[in-house]
Design a protein around this ligand. Structure first.
Ligand code: OAD
Ligand code: ZN
Length: 315
């Protein structure tokens, strides 16, 4: 019988060196024109939006007032059916307001404008990628959006404004169909619900083509999004920019045992494509832009776009 842990046949290494310099050179040499970016809450914390799992500041550590059986229950569809009030109370605080996209968001837009971006996959529901001017067709909002809402029973659609008015009046939004009366929920994906069809259709065609994967500001704790990192070709380099190396070892081991891609390998002697850059997403993107000679462009874009937003909100 074969050894479960025996080493796999060696895969071709595309990076000249398996480190940050190697990634920069790979981009500079024009080796990648189908970059996929994958993001989580960490790309928006500098815009003032808390993430979920950072101890102390993360949303899940600050839900005590809602008296939940566990923090994630606030986004669980079965709990919501029984007790929707905590979610709507939180939604009142969470509704996308006037947050400004970060330098990281504008760096993603530059990747697109330079025709290097194949697609941006985000778990965020703050719509800051759209606000940053990345075209809608370039974005996959894997965990949905606040932009629309549906009755969870008859699927009748409601506008963001209609739901928002109810939520801000501390009313539970209920379906207007007299025979139905179901709960109306913004189209953000809850635990226990399917991801949007677009996630499936785009990821199936995009990931086999990806020639550089950049993962930013996510703990990679939530499936199926997290396992996308294993859907790129075996040779494709992967750059993970995050405050900490938070991909869970347990899921890594499980994935190895099940014959999956097995998560990242930043450390071992046989590493050949994975690079970890520790720090904030803004610093990581500013550093990339410096090394690629795009820093002045990034600064200009950020300044101009922020000035536009200030003007719109009359500041
Ligand atoms: P998490 O809160 O799980 O992870 C955010 C990650 O970003 C953590 O590893 C932080 O250390 C890191 N981080 C925070 N600020 C950063 C910064 N400025 N620069 C770099 N890294 C930073 O958030 P997500 O991974 O997005 O789903 O969470 C995934 C999903 O879990 C969410 O979409 C949400 C949640 O439950 C649903 O609600 C369905
Ligand atoms: Zn209904």
């Amino acid at each position: 019988m074969g050894n479960l842990f025996q080493s796999a046949p060696k895969v071709e290494q595309l990076l000249s060196e398996v480190n940050y310099d190697g990634i920069i050179k790979y981009i500079q040499d024009g080796k990648c024109t189908n970059i996929i970016t994958m993001a989580g809450a960490g790309i928006s914390t500098s815009a003032g939006i808390p993430d979920f799992r950072t101890p102390g500041t993360g949303l899940y550590d600050n839900l005590a007032k809602y008296d939940l059986p566990n923090p994630q229950a606030i986004f669980e569809i079965h709990f919501f059916r029984k007790n929707p009030a905590p979610f709507y109370a939180l939604a009142k605080e969470l509704y996308p307001g006037v947050f400004k996209p970060t330098p990281c968001h504008y760096f993603l837009r530059l990747l697109h404008e330079k025709k290097l971006l194949l697609r941006h996959y985000t778990q965020n529901i703050d719509t800051l990628e759209r606000v940053a001017g990345i075209p809608e067709e370039m974005i996959v909002e894997a965990h949905g959006t606040f932009a629309t809402a549906h009755c969870i029973d008859c699927r009748k659609q409601f506008s963001q404004e209609w739901v928002k008015d109810k939520v801000f009046a501390d009313e539970i939004p209920k379906c207007t169909d007299k025979k139905c009366g179901g709960l109306v929920k913004p189209d953000i994906v809850f635990f226990g619900e399917n991801l949007p069809f677009r996630f499936l259709s785009c990821s199936m065609k995009d990931f086999p083509k990806c020639d550089l994967l950049i993962i930013l500001g996510t703990s990679l704790a939530v499936q199926p999004f997290a396992s996308l990192i294993d859907r790129v070709p075996d040779t494709t380099p992967r750059l993970y920019i995050n405050l900490e190396k938070s991909e869970s070892d347990a899921s890594n081991l499980l994935s190895k045992l099940m014959g999956g891609g097995g998560g990242f390998d930043f450390e071992s002697d046989s590493k050949y494509r994975d690079v970890f850059w520790q720090g904030t997403c803004d610093d990581g993107c500013v550093s990339l832009s410096e090394r690629l000679g795009w820093k002045a462009e990034l600064d200009k874009l950020t300044l101009e776009e922020h000035a536009k937003i200030d003007k719109e909100i009359g500041q």
